[in-house]
Design a protein around this ligand. Structure first.
Ligand SMILES: Cc1cc2nc3c(=O)[nH]c(=O)nc-3n(C[C@H](O)[C@H](O)[C@H](O)COP(=O)(O)OP(=O)(O)OC[C@H]3O[C@@H](n4cnc5c(N)ncnc54)[C@H](O)[C@@H]3O)c2cc1C
Length: 379
């Protein structure tokens, strides 16, 4: 199998990496996340308009660069290296993925807005009782004339305070955990009846609890079929899962590099602690986890187009490995730094926090091992 990147893919990585080196050093990121809104909108505009980065994963007919999941993975890995809080995952990977899958007028209208940097979409799917079950929904969308009326509560909606649109999962029929009766809607984030409670997340982003109180939404907000949306939701969540694994690879690489560098500076008994064999072994173990995470992410990315069961098995194998690797690398980075590893001033603790959140995002290692077993080992 040929793992060589194309010229365009190399160009995307190099351009983004140079841009982030100039604009997203650790101190600047701290200024963004500690500011009132938690971000600098100029970065998103530059990613869209100066770099064309938000179009990398869309087809040329849609105004993009003709890429797909691999381009998403390349971009997510670079964003991970600077623990960027930019809403690329919900806007391009998740909402963009849903729009590409359904096509038609909604895609024609919305994808250019995403590519231009005018639209930010937050993915409102998780509910307090739902765990990782995408069909466990209490939020309802009841038919009302040509449209629907939305009621319910979505939890920890990343990037919602910045969003122009919300991608919402809701029940249009059947009962709370049924696989049928689930639908996906793309709606304006500022409709009457949407109530948000915003807060900073532990990994430097912003999120919201969102309450839908009799929100009237138009009929054309429905993406895909009414009541048959679960396979589409599972597909976009799998794409997102692999994308956070790519981000994790970038985060883990920086945790490893930062720790290696620290062991070369910190002296004990007149020697850098990097000279001690036990720490050298630890550095090698961390390096192996980074490389395995990278390989598993490539595998998961390349299998996203397979039939649902094969795709799910590959994504679960990828996420369970990456989640364990992120935990191992993160914990060893902190342990090796000693006390300063958990200070606000040093980047390493912030990388650790993002690695920790990624561990559980879209399913923990245990959840994905279980899903892998159910799918891959089924008769
Ligand atoms: C939450 C918290 C609260 C704290 N509160 C206090 C407090 O109230 N009062 C106080 O005085 N201190 C406090 N500390 C500091 C704490 O005692 C030190 O952080 C701890 O002893 C580790 O020392 P260090 O940070 O200098 O790490 P280091 O000694 O630099 O250790 C860094 C890494 O190098 C390894 N290492 C060090 N020497 C060797 C060696 N010779 N061979 C092989 N490996 C080695 C260590 O195992 C570790 O993995 C606190 C720390 C934390 C995290």
């Amino acid at each position: 199998m040929d793992f060589t990147y194309t010229e365009t893919q190399d160009m995307i990585r190099d351009t983004l990496s140079r841009f982030l080196a100039d604009t997203y050093d650790f101190e600047t990121r701290q200024k963004f996340i500690n500011g009132d809104t938690g971000r600098d909108p100029a970065i998103w505009t530059a990613l869209a308009q100066d770099l064309g980065m938000l179009g990398a994963a869309f087809s040329e007919e849609q105004g993009g660069l003709g890429g797909g999941a691999l381009e998403n993975a390349i971009i997510m890995e670079e964003l991970g290296k600077v623990i960027a809080i930019e809403p690329y995952l919900p806007t391009v990977v998740i909402a963009g993925g849903a729009l590409k899958a359904v096509g038609g007028a909604q895609a024609d209208a919305m994808i250019p807005e995403i590519i231009a940097g005018n639209a930010i979409v937050a993915f409102a799917y998780a509910e307090p009782q739902g765990r990782y079950d995408l069909a466990n929904l209490r939020t309802t969308a009841k038919k009302d004339g040509a449209g629907y009326v939305l009621n319910g509560h979505k939890s920890t909606v990343y990037a919602a305070p910045w969003a122009s649109h919300l991608l919402v999962t809701a029940r249009t029929g059947r009962n709370q955990r049924d696989k049928d009766g689930v639908s996906l809607f793309l709606i304006d984030a500022n409709l009457a009846g949407i109530v948000r409670r915003d807060y900073p997340t532990v990994d430097g982003s912003r999120a919201s609890e969102i309450y839908f109180e009799n929100v009237a939404i138009p009929g054309d907000a429905l993406l895909g079929g009414e009541g048959t949306g679960l396979p589409l939701i599972e597909q976009i969540v799998d794409e997102a899962t692999v994308a956070v694994c790519a981000e994790a690879t970038g985060v883990m690489q920086k945790l490893h590099e930062g720790t290696l560098e620290y062991t070369q500076q910190r002296k004990q008994f007149g020697l850098p602690i990097a000279k001690f064999q036990v720490l050298q072994h630890r550095m090698v173990d961390m390096f192996m986890e980074v490389e395995q995470a990278r390989s598993m992410t490539v595998m998961g990315t390349l299998k996203l187009d397979l039939p649902a069961n094969e795709r799910m098995a590959a994504v679960s194998a990828c996420k369970s490995k990456v989640a364990r690797g992120a935990k191992f690398v993160g914990q060893n980075a902190i342990q090796t730094h000693g006390g300063i590893g958990i200070t606000q001033e040093l980047a390493i603790g912030h990388y650790f926090k993002r690695a920790t959140m990624i561990e559980g995002q879209f399913g923990s290692a245990d959840y994905h091992l279980d899903r892998y077993e159910r799918i891959a080992l089924a008769d």
